[in-house]
Design a protein around this ligand. Structure first.
Ligand SMILES: [Zn+2]
Length: 112
């Protein structure tokens, strides 16, 4: 039977954390000294990166736009970052061919 090393953090009331320590480390994820403290958990969520579709046509532009919108609605993206992404998508949209049909209208001859 192997024992899992536990976190060495000592709380103010003098009891140990007891959570499993990170592999090869003395502290758990929560108490590791390299972990930057965040007062607001929303800020931690908004720091996480994500992959966005590179817009090369109307369909991929819509996917990228939807990704940013969903993250804004879920409050998991920094508003400033979202603004920059939306602006970038706006610039990308201007560079798309003028009459690229949306997938739903492809074949019907409807202009975008
Ligand atoms: Zn801990």
């Amino acid at each position: 039977m192997t024992t899992v090393p536990t976190c060495n953090h000592i709380f103010a009331d003098n009891h140990r954390c007891g959570s499993p320590a990170l592999r090869g480390e003395r502290f758990c994820y929560f108490h590791h000294p390299d972990r930057r403290p965040v007062a607001n958990p929303y800020e931690r969520r908004s720091r996480r990166g994500f992959t966005i579709t590179v817009p090369h046509d109307a369909e991929s532009l819509q996917r990228a736009l939807a990704e940013v919108m969903q993250r804004l609605a879920a409050n998991t993206i920094d508003v400033h970052r979202a603004s920059l992404l939306l602006y970038s998508l706006q610039l990308a949209a201007r560079r798309l061919p003028a009459h690229t049909p949306y997938p739903e209208t492809r074949g019907r001859g409807l202009p975008v």
